[in-house]
Design a protein around this ligand. Structure first.
Ligand code: AHR
Length: 605
């Protein structure tokens, strides 16, 4: 095999090409990058958001009769629920299963408390299965809500939990409970350090946030509004997460921008295009026109918050929150996988036109509609060209085979002005085969980077046992970080970015054909979820329905031939992603991941 490297093609690889996609999915933030160790420290888990949730989710007590959930006099209107503890009683929080305690590490506790009867101290302890690891007394004051703080440290390791004991004779109200590791500068950490370093090693040129679907939300009441996510933690607006858990917003817009600064990456916020996620659960879908001027102003204010001088209103607010220097935001995404409806078209244009007029230096990124390359895809591009969108965000969650087969996809794209942002993409699932397919595709992206300006693998982070989507780039649990094979591919490309693209030719090798689907056994595996498959078939032929219990695999029978594979799957319990694996005669597999979605179908090439 001879490889001949020729002269430059004229394409210079953009320095912004490889970035990160960060969405609070799979416990990526709460229970992940957010260094907070207490789960539901604000007692804001809302029964209306999810069956079984309540103010005391993640907490247990020694005597429930001595724990009252109250809302009469909250610490802030956005943090409406708190507890009244009448001693003697002990309250325990297991964290995000569990609190990992490191010998010698310092832990910063804080809360708001109000001694309503009696006086004295609450006793704070880090407990492990073998006993108490560290303990400290925290004085509480009467007369209103008071912030309290204390530090815990111990020489023991273990799977811990936080306990708060109120002695007999004392009645205390409590809210906004926090436990964070202390950093080298003595301040509580914002980001979990091992995950932060794992992200840093990816050398991201930009970070996209907060989604994904999280940006436009599941209904208007769930849309992500940045203003409610900056400022003190107890004033932030919390809500349910599109992905089935709770968003504390402790990592809000301020922390997203700080993360970009920390990793020397350009911030790329994605705001909703005035419409919410197409999976509506019957909720309203577009911001009413009479409310759009205020929404457009919010978007303009976001840019002022990021880039404005300290003599502007929002620039001054940024300085007040600790960042006098601007965050130098150059990209703004408007919309995510939106259906290309008139509601979308109107609102997108209103936002994008206002940004272009006020901030011509900020590049607005549009959307090519729902992934992957569905019916709206062409409509998305057509609208983007008519609207003169500079960069269009398109998504590709496909099989490794698809990436090999589509290696020339971007070579064939029109060079008519609109560039591509491959904003979410991954080969299913976490195998070396997928990583190699991604590497091959990335060489093609570099080759065609005169039309592909930006790319980010998705999703980025996943806590083991808490996934709603597979595959993911970096897995982790309470103590360990477990990068996937794909992680090392992303790292290799971003750490050693190319400059000029050179023509390359191969001689002495026949192209290796990408294997096709040959039919075969169907097996279904589930992670931590129980899944009901009511139909799974290929071009009219079907195998038996099945129920797959967590962490198991079911063999369903055989399906032959090529065509459209369809299945209907309903999650009966759990949150974990489902992977359907189809083994063919040659031992090859096609793997489909089921994230938050109920129904999936795909074409077997
Ligand atoms: O990455 C997971 C999800 O995939 C994103 O939230 C959404 O944009 C896409 O469908």
């Amino acid at each position: 095999l001879d490889v001949t490297v020729g002269g430059p093609t004229g394409t210079t690889i953009p320095t912004d090409l490889w970035g990160l996609f960060l969405e609070d999915l799979n416990d990526a933030l709460d229970g992940g990058l957010n260094a907070e160790l207490v789960r539901n420290g604000d007692f804001e888990f809302n029964p209306a958001d999810r069956d079984g949730w309540h103010a005391l989710t993640a907490w247990t007590s020694s005597d429930p009769a001595r724990v009252a959930v109250r809302r009469e006099d909250p610490v802030h209107r956005n943090n409406g629920t708190y507890l009244r503890l009448t001693g003697p009683v002990t309250l325990v929080n297991d964290g995000f299963d569990p609190v990992a305690v490191v010998p010698g590490a310092r832990y910063a506790f804080s809360a708001f408390t109000w001694a309503v009867e009696g006086s004295g101290c609450i006793v704070l302890a880090l407990e492990g299965d073998d006993g108490v690891l560290a303990t400290v007394d925290v004085p509480v004051e009467p007369g209103g809500w008071n912030p309290v703080a204390a530090e815990l440290t111990g020489q023991v390791a273990g799977a811990g939990r936080l306990s708060l004991t109120v002695p007999a004779g004392l009645t205390v109200e409590i809210d906004v409970v926090s436990l964070r590791p202390v950093g080298p500068d003595g301040a509580p950490l914002t980001f979990r350090p091992d995950l932060l370093e794992t992200l840093r090693a990816l050398h991201p040129a930009f970070i996209r946030f907060p989604g994904g679907c999280l940006a436009h939300g599941l209904g208007l009441d769930n849309m992500y509004h940045w203003k409610g996510t900056v400022g003190p933690r107890h004033e932030r607006e919390q809500t349910f997460n599109t992905w089935g858990y709770h968003q504390s917003r402790q990592i809000g817009y301020l922390e997203y921008f700080q993360l970009c600064r920390e990793l020397d990456a350009t911030p790329m916020p994605i705001v909703a295009a005035g419409v919410c996620c197409q999976n509506l659960r019957g909720r309203a879908r577009a911001i009413p026109q009479d409310e759009m001027p205020a929404y457009v102003q919010d978007v303009l204010d976001l840019i002022e918050f990021a880039n404005g001088g300290t003599d502007t209103f929002w620039g001054a607010r940024r300085a007040e929150l600790g960042s006098p220097d601007p965050f130098e935001m150059r990209y703004l995404g408007v919309g995510n996988e939106d259906e290309i409806t008139d509601d979308f078209r109107e609102r997108y244009a209103q936002i994008a036109d206002a940004v272009a007029a006020a901030y011509p230096d900020v590049t607005v990124i549009g959307t090519a509609g729902p992934a992957p390359f569905g019916a709206d895809f062409e409509a998305g591009w057509e609208f983007a060209r008519a609207q003169k969108v500079a960069i269009v965000d398109e998504h590709a969650y496909r099989t490794p085979r698809w990436f090999h087969q589509n290696i020339d996809r971007y070579a064939d794209y029109p060079r008519d002005g609109a560039l591509v942002y491959l904003g979410e993409w991954a080969a299913r699932t976490n195998t070396v085969r997928s990583a190699l397919a991604e590497a091959a595709f990335m060489t093609a992206i570099e080759r065609d980077s005169d039309v592909v300006a930006l790319a980010s693998y998705a999703p980025l982070l996943a806590r083991v046992g808490h996934t709603q989507w597979v595959p993911d780039l970096i897995y982790f649990d309470a103590e360990r970080v477990l990068p996937s094979a794909s992680y090392f591919v992303q790292q290799a490309f971003a750490a050693e970015p190319g400059g000029e693209v050179c023509a390359v030719s191969l001689t002495g090798a026949e192209p290796v054909p990408v294997p096709g689907w040959a039919g075969g056994a169907v097996r279904v595996s589930a992670g931590g979820s129980e899944v009901e498959l009511t139909r799974i078939g290929l071009d009219g032929a079907a195998v038996q329905p099945a129920r797959v219990v967590p962490d198991s695999e079911a063999h369903l029978g055989r399906l032959g031939g090529r065509g459209v594979l369809e299945f209907t799957a309903t999650r009966s319990s759990g949150d974990d992603g489902l992977v359907v694996c189809l083994g063919d005669a040659g031992g090859d597999t096609v793997e489909l991941s089921l994230g938050g979605w109920q129904n999936k179908s795909t074409t077997l090439a």
